[in-house]
Design a protein around this ligand. Structure first.
Ligand code: HEC
Length: 292
């Protein structure tokens, strides 16, 4: 009987904990009534997308794919009814203040950025279907080459006007990245002039790969279909040489670099410990005999 009571009591405690977690997240009425100061259009949604990918996607996942990370309570999918049931003001309040595993973004995002990301989330509200006019992406063309002193990248950007016919792309931002083992690292941007040309000065002290080289990738912005130009293998720094952790003098880097005296002391000490344990066990096993 007593056992059943215990089981029931612990069940209630566990259920109670879950109940507490899944509690409605209520927003003060005056906060929920706040209306977004931003217009709902392609520009604000696109800016919101950038904010989303940097700050929210890691937990909430790709909107509409239900691939949020596992947390209690779970971060709702941005396209879900639960999320879209929030008013703009309600979302602003929740993103600003946070709760539990949902961080407060007050210190990290400006109010404008929060409203932008809310516009991006609203893109997935079925009530907004058809409200954003998708403009077709432009088709670009890029060429990039290192200048003769290897201090800058000369870029030429073009845009397609009709199939096969390109004109120089003026006053447009081009982005420069460096290829790294883990992906692409943004290192800066440049603006094209009236001839569609831009010059990007390679930052001094840029870290290269092991061989001291860096591979650059030039891209156009979001208004364009994916367009890139690569500038491979430019020497920017001295080669790193041997990985310092693998050098001869480092004892612990790999097993076969371990020094003999170290191996010997290791086996000596562990051997001693085992001998002591065996001795103690033998002594203990003698106790019943001595008792008789
Ligand atoms: C560290 C993980 C994490 C990050 C990063 C994160 N969230 Fe959340 N978010 C959560 C969790 C967990 C919840 C559920 C919190 C709860 O209900 O107590 C949540 C809930 C929310 C809610 C309330 C949903 C509801 O139930 O009404 C909104 C709105 C929201 N997040 C927006 C965002 C936005 C916008 C960003 C990026 C600026 C963001 N979140 C970043 C984990 C995260």
């Amino acid at each position: 009987m007593k056992q059943i009571q215990y089981i029931l009591a612990s069940l209630f405690i566990i259920l109670g904990a879950f109940e507490g977690y899944s509690q409605e997240w209520t927003v003060p009425e005056n906060e929920a009534a706040v209306v977004s100061p931003l217009p709902f259009n392609n520009a604000t949604v696109r800016e919101g997308k950038t904010v989303y990918e940097k700050n929210c996607k890691s937990c909430h996942g790709e909107p509409g794919k239900n691939n949020a990370i596992v947390l209690v309570p779970p971060p709702p999918d941005m396209a879900s009814e639960k999320m879209q049931a929030n008013t703009d003001g309600g979302m602003f309040y929740k993103v600003t203040n946070g709760r539990g595993a949902m961080p407060t973004f007050k210190p990290t995002l400006s109010e404008t950025q929060i409203w932008q990301v809310i516009n991006f989330i609203r893109k997935f509200d079925p009530r907004n279907a058809g409200k954003l006019i998708e403009t077709a992406l432009l088709k670009g063309k890029l060429s990039a080459a290192i200048d003769k002193d290897s201090t800058a990248i000369d870029i030429v950007a073009e845009v397609q006007n009709s199939p096969g016919i390109y004109s120089r792309l003026t006053n447009t931002t081009v982005f420069v990245q460096v290829k790294k083992a883990f992906g692409f690292l943004d290192i800066g941007k440049a603006l094209t002039n009236a001839d569609g040309k831009a010059r990007f000065e390679i930052p001094k002290g840029l870290a290269g790969n092991v061989d001291g080289k860096a591979d650059f990738v030039v891209t156009l912005g979001d208004d364009f279909e994916k367009t890139t130009a690569e500038v491979p293998g430019i020497k920017v720094a001295a080669p790193l040489g041997e990985n310092p952790l693998a050098s001869r003098s480092v004892l612990w880097s790999t097993n076969d670099r371990t020094q003999n005296w170290l191996l010997f002391s290791y086996f000596f000490v562990t051997g001693l410990v085992w001998l002591t344990i065996i001795y103690i066990v033998l002594q203990i096993s003698k106790i019943p005999k001595a008792g008789k």
